[in-house]
Design a protein around this ligand. Structure first.
Ligand code: C5P
Length: 226
């Protein structure tokens, strides 16, 4: 079965406070999105990369990756899940959708391989994730500590997240229509009663969200590219 990568890149990245969407900030010689696309376009098992873009995006077409034969563009939607759904419309029905955040440029081929290899163990899909390392606190309403949350079974959900395309499309649509909170693809599968696999990923697969993350991403990319 074909594996199609889906990259929601239609967000405006307001937490970054920059003059352009965060995926277009530069690290190590090219934009974050360009690095992300390179990782996906060069993977031999990924046959297509569908990238969802904001309607006002006037930067994407200037990237060298924009004319790659594996790349397809689509207009994104109001929320991340809408952007993923728009991209899923173009994916072959009988394929696997590997959804990856535009703002995670430090993904390695080894992590993609590991997730793809988990399909035997998790035929309904799986996500890259990392066990929580720090002690976790739930805040009270005064901004103090309410409780300490046991971290033994807590994981950070990362991307890529890998699901059979038809199921992901159906459950994302249904979960959105039901008003469920869908901040990643796995949430829609969970909403449908499915328990996706947790595949242990790398700590350097960070999502560039705040300005401080740019320096970290640069360090990780320099290491990977050297
Ligand atoms: O805002 P956040 O960092 O959670 O966004 C995660 C990813 O979803 C980003 O790559 C962003 O561009 C994308 N997104 C999207 N469409 C939206 C909102 C976010 O494709 N409407």
């Amino acid at each position: 079965q074909a594996v199609v990568a889906i990259v929601p890149a239609a967000g405006i990245g307001s937490r970054m406070g920059a003059d352009r969407p965060k995926q277009y900030l530069e690290v190590c010689g090219q934009s974050i999105l360009a690095h992300t696309l390179d990782r996906l376009l060069s993977h031999p098992q990924i046959s297509q990369v569908i990238v969802a873009l904001h309607p006002d995006d006037d930067i994407f077409d200037s990237l060298p990756q924009a004319i790659h034969p594996k790349l397809i563009k689509v207009l994104g939607g109001g929320e991340r899940a809408d952007s993923v759904l728009a991209a899923l419309q173009l994916a072959p029905q009988n394929s696997w959708a590997l959804v990856h955040d535009a703002a995670r440029p430090c993904l390695t081929a080894a992590d993609i391989d590991k997730l793809l290899a988990s399909r035997g163990q998790f035929p309904q899909g799986a996500i890259l994730a990392m066990p929580v390392r720090d002690t976790m606190k739930r805040a009270n309403q005064l901004g103090g500590i309410g409780t300490t949350v046991c971290r033994d079974d807590l994981w950070h959900a990362l991307t890529p997240q890998l699901f059979p395309t038809g199921q992901l499309k159906g459950y994302l649509n249904a979960a959105m229509a039901a008003g469920a909170v869908v901040t990643d693809e796995a949430s829609a599968m969970e909403w449908a009663g499915i328990s996706p696999g947790l595949v242990s990923g790398r700590a350097d697969n960070i999502k560039v969200t705040h300005p401080d993350d740019l320096g970290l991403a640069e360090l990780f990319l320099m290491r990977a590219l050297s």
